[in-house]
Write a protein that binds this ligand. Structure first.
Ligand SMILES: NC(=O)c1ccc[n+]([C@@H]2O[C@H](COP(=O)([O-])OP(=O)(O)OC[C@H]3O[C@@H](n4cnc5c(N)ncnc54)[C@H](OP(=O)(O)O)[C@@H]3O)[C@@H](O)[C@H]2O)c1
Length: 280
């Protein structure tokens, strides 16, 4: 996003990278001894101060989330931003019990697949979208109960699965699908807009009273201020779940730091299905 100019407050030169994992080399925090494995996301890293595309990263102690894990670095690196964002979004949506139906628009994205994993573990029924029929099998393998092809109109397919609409929708596609999501969600349900995969950020002529059905709720989630204490316990549970095979790391491909431009190209050409990790 930053390289494409979507974070205009960033001043260059700046080391990019909004998330990272690694080992503590030196710290002023007693709870962060040398050698501890940690993760960090957002909070200004890679934007207001230098970020994760580096051998060494200097971060505020409160950014660091300690996670004890034997996962490979590449699998561990695939978890923080995707799973913390998915967890935060599901929390923003609410907490119905088992049987709650969740539709994830942009289901093959890293955040989308993480959300499906977490929702599945809560006993929710999950429907995930992709524009690409070749990815349907993968979605089902990663735990989606239903996969729907997003050919711009998904209402009919979704209502064939849940006639009165899903209880929740996690919309990662963006402002161009938000209004449709608000009309697709069950009456009184909630839509959380967390992503803008379409690149569309604004709803033109937004008129809440006319565009949000009565009683339906619209919310959003941002990982910007994720608290390290809460994030660490979420990530610990996720890392343990990945180690047990309950969750997936959704790691697609690993690049080295000197291949960073190829890594960006790979993502921009929509070749990744899951996380792209850079190892140093
Ligand atoms: N709010 C937050 O705190 C937060 C945090 C992290 C990420 N995000 C946002 O969440 C979204 C997902 O992030 P990510 O890193 O998980 O993405 P990602 O893994 O890079 O997602 C790639 C997938 O998105 C789908 N996609 C691409 N363009 C699309 C379009 N125009 N319409 C519908 N689907 C499209 C493609 O799936 P198919 O080819 O299968 O359709 C593609 O495989 C992004 O918008 C990101 O900026 C928000």
């Amino acid at each position: 996003m930053t390289r494409q100019g979507h974070t205009p407050d960033v001043r260059f030169p700046r080391v990019l990278g909004i998330e990272c994992v690694g080992e503590v080399v030196q710290s002023t925090g007693e709870a962060l001894p040398r050698g501890a494995s940690v993760a960090a996301v957002m909070g200004g890293m890679g934007r207001q101060y230098d970020g994760g595309y580096a051998e060494y990263v200097v971060l505020p102690n409160e950014r660091l989330m300690r996670v004890d894990t034997n996962l490979d670095w590449s699998d561990f690196a695939a978890l923080p931003e995707a799973y913390l964002t998915a967890h935060g979004s599901l929390t923003a949506l609410g907490s119905f019990g088992g049987g709650t139906t969740l539709l994830v628009r942009g289901g093959t994205s890293s955040v989308g697949m993480a959300a499906v994993s977490l929702a599945k573990a809560r006993g929710w029924v999950t429907i995930a979208t992709t524009r690409n029929p070749e990815k349907v099998e993968l979605l089902l393998e990663r735990g989606a109960d239903h996969a729907v092809i997003d050919d711009r109109s998904i209402g009919r397919s979704v209502r064939e699965i849940r006639s009165d609409g899903p209880d929740y929708i996690l919309d990662l596609v963006g402002a161009n699908t938000t209004i449709d999501s608000l009309h697709l969600v069950a009456s009184g349900g909630t839509v959380c807009v967390t992503g803008t995969l379409s690149g569309v950020w604004h709803i033109s002529d937004f008129e809440p009273g006319a565009m949000i059905p009565s009683g339906t709720k619209l919310t959003s989630y941002s990982s910007h201020n994720v608290k390290s204490s809460e994030g660490a316990s979420v990530l610990q549970a996720v890392a343990d779940g990945v180690a047990r095979g309950v969750y997936y790391s959704n790691l697609d491909r690993v690049f080295s730091l000197d291949q960073i431009s190829q890594a960006h190209q790979y993502m921009e050409n929509n070749l990744a299905i899951g996380k792209v990790v850079v190892l140093v």
